[in-house]
Design a protein around this ligand. Structure first.
Ligand code: 13P
Length: 282
């Protein structure tokens, strides 16, 4: 679908970089992520997972997202990450999310196609972008849990999902995992490259946290156009928050604690923007 996000992902593909997508938990990491992107002059996506949307409400997340996108100095796209619910995708789009992910890859292909198609029809009528998923993202992170052996994307199924749904981008199961990796990530680059040759939609890498820079670069060369980063954001946030609270002691004022913590989050976000080579691409 020809909207501005699509153009951004195509530009990343041609330019040999990826659009990073960062997961936020609340207003403070949300703002830190955007400030980092502006300081790096980088186009980014900023994503809320269904836990965050349910806790804050889709109306409030949507309103904050719309305001932030209108105010942003660099290209910014608010995204609903890993929704297993068609209704939540629709509600997000109605509340101004320009991009949603419908993650129903745990179902058989036919069911995945049926759900994805419903979201695509609704989204495309409203100029919104839809990310689907095929194969499975492994791991045990807040964004998803899967420990089975059958995670690898099947190329023919990827082709069918794209053909029958018209989905705009595709998250692929290639061995990456949500949460921290125990050991070096084992990414199946051959399968990634096969999928990339077989479908002409942008491909998305999930489970960014813990993947070494050289593997991210290789994944980008083999067809990845968007890289999702979540765990390291909320862990940087919470771990630094604990340290800062200990440092300041009893009865601190919120902003006195939050501001130095935001600086730490910004450093991590900037690092990832550079790993994705998206700095100065706004
Ligand atoms: P990590 O939490 O492992 O960085 O993965 C994030 C992600 O893929 C969000 O969709």
């Amino acid at each position: 679908m020809e909207n501005t996000l699509h153009k951004l992902l195509v530009a990343a593909d041609r330019g040999g970089y990826a659009i990073p997508s960062f997961n936020y938990s609340d207003i403070w990491d949300f703002l830190a992520i955007i400030q980092a992107a502006e300081e790096e002059n980088a186009p980014i996506m900023i994503a809320s997972n269904p836990l965050v949307v349910s806790a804050i409400s889709v109306e409030v997340c949507g309103a904050i997202g719309r305001a932030a996108m209108a105010k942003a100095k660099t290209p910014l796209f608010h995204h609903l990450d890993h929704s297993i619910s068609v209704d939540m995708c629709k509600a997000a789009i109605e509340n101004g999310y320009p991009s949603v992910m419908i993650d129903v890859s745990k179902y058989e292909l036919e069911e995945n196609i049926r759900n994805t198609k419903q979201v695509v029809e609704f989204a495309h009528a409203r100029n919104a972008h839809v990310e689907g998923e095929i194969g499975k993202i492994m791991g045990n992170g807040i964004e998803g849990k899967f420990k089975g052996g059958d995670y690898l994307v099947n190329v023919d199924e990827a082709v069918e999902l794209v053909r029958q749904t018209g989905v705009d981008s595709l998250a692929v199961g290639i061995g990456t995992a949500h949460g921290f990796y125990s050991g070096k990530p084992q990414i199946n680059f051959e399968r990634l490259s096969e999928v990339n040759r077989a479908v002409d939609v942008p491909l998305v890498l999930h489970g960014g946290t813990g993947i070494p820079e050289e593997d991210i670069h290789r994944a980008i060369r083999e067809g990845i156009n968007k890289v999702n980063v979540g765990t390291i954001i909320h862990c940087t946030y919470m771990n630094n928050m604990r340290e800062e609270l200990i440092r300041v002691g009893e009865n601190p004022y919120t902003l006195d604690v939050v501001k130095p913590v935001m600086e730490q989050i910004k450093q991590v976000v900037k690092g990832w923007i550079r790993v994705c080579m998206a700095n100065n691409k706004a």
